[in-house]
Design a protein around this ligand. Structure first.
Ligand SMILES: [Fe+2]
Length: 302
């Protein structure tokens, strides 16, 4: 076939996939071609505009390294990451809701026991907080021996992995046999997504803001249950309604309450006064559901 026109080209390109063996790959490619062509037709894309697009995508790729994942950031701010979470991880009623993983997860964080101090080795101070609660099943029974992978930004809104420093405010905290977990940390602060790259240019060009409401990230897993990748946001944060990556859910907003009780502070190994977050996670049974892949920026470079 030859002599393609704007009306026949899409079908011709999809037709060349006829010998692809993998049906899912074939479906993905055919849909990508269909929608890319429709996008170009819809806006009557010019060559100059598409070249600008190519330059942008090139810059996004060039910004990536084993710590910086500009493509994940792009996916996040376009809402595609949250769309894929919504499509693939429909919340089982009563279970903790899932959110984006984000670009700052790292493998190999230190393991801690119940009561861990994630402030250990922190390069800057924040507001001291004692975080504790339970990991529960849908019927409210304790889930024994869960693992909570926790990470959050430092007081300046920068994650440890964005610098050359050691891990900080990050750890794999083991819950006990009664489903209880506890750790000490700093209250998270709101922060800007990285805007010193091409995605920052895009955010500015679209007039969107680049802030994320304060949150800690958590992956909670336990044998026999579906792991959940989630956030816990901070009640009262000014950016809850405008999260740059669309991850906020009402069920994931926690209250950091002030405790002024010298005896309680001493018992928990905290300065007085301090903040306390009581937060339970609820896991759905495994039921053969494929676990979400946990990707660190370094995984995409290999
Ligand atoms: Fe984050």
């Amino acid at each position: 076939m030859r002599q393609f026109t704007e009306d026949t080209l899409t079908e011709a390109v999809i037709g060349r996939l006829k010998d692809v063996d993998n049906p899912r790959f074939k479906q993905i490619m055919a849909s990508a071609v269909k929608h890319l062509h429709a996008f170009a037709r819809d806006i009557q894309l010019t060559e100059e505009e598409w070249f600008e697009g190519i330059k942008f995508l090139t810059a996004v790729g060039q910004k990536c390294d084993d710590k910086r994942q500009e493509f994940i950031l792009l996916s996040d701010i376009l809402g595609l990451s949250m769309m894929i979470v919504a499509l693939n991880h429909k919340t089982v009623p009563g279970a903790t809701e899932a959110t984006v993983l984000g670009p700052f997860f790292a493998h190999g964080a230190k393991e801690y026991e119940h009561g861990a101090d994630l402030r250990e080795g922190a390069s800057m101070k924040g507001e001291d907080v004692y975080v504790s609660g339970k990991v529960l099943s849908l019927d409210g029974k304790p889930v024994p021996n869960a693992l909570l992978d926790i990470w959050q930004a430092k007081a300046d809104g920068i994650y440890d992995v964005q610098t050359d420093g050691e891990f900080e405010l990050r750890g794999r905290v083991k819950a006990n046999a009664k489903g209880e977990y506890a750790f000490r940390s700093y209250k998270p602060k709101f922060y800007s997504v990285p805007i010193d790259g091409p995605v920052g240019d895009l955010i500015r060009a679209t007039g969107n803001h680049h802030m994320r409401p304060a949150h800690m990230h958590a992956i909670v897993s336990a044998p026999g249950y579906q792991p959940v990748i989630t956030h816990v946001f901070v009640e009262g944060d000014p950016y809850l309604d405008g999260d740059a990556v669309f991850a906020v859910k009402d069920s994931l907003i926690g209250r950091y309450r002030k405790v002024d009780d010298a005896a309680e502070a001493k018992r928990l190994g905290m300065p007085n006064p301090f903040l306390r977050l009581d937060w339970d996670f609820r896991l759905a049974p495994d039921a053969g559901v494929k676990a979400r892949k946990v990707i660190a920026p370094s995984d995409a470079i290999a």
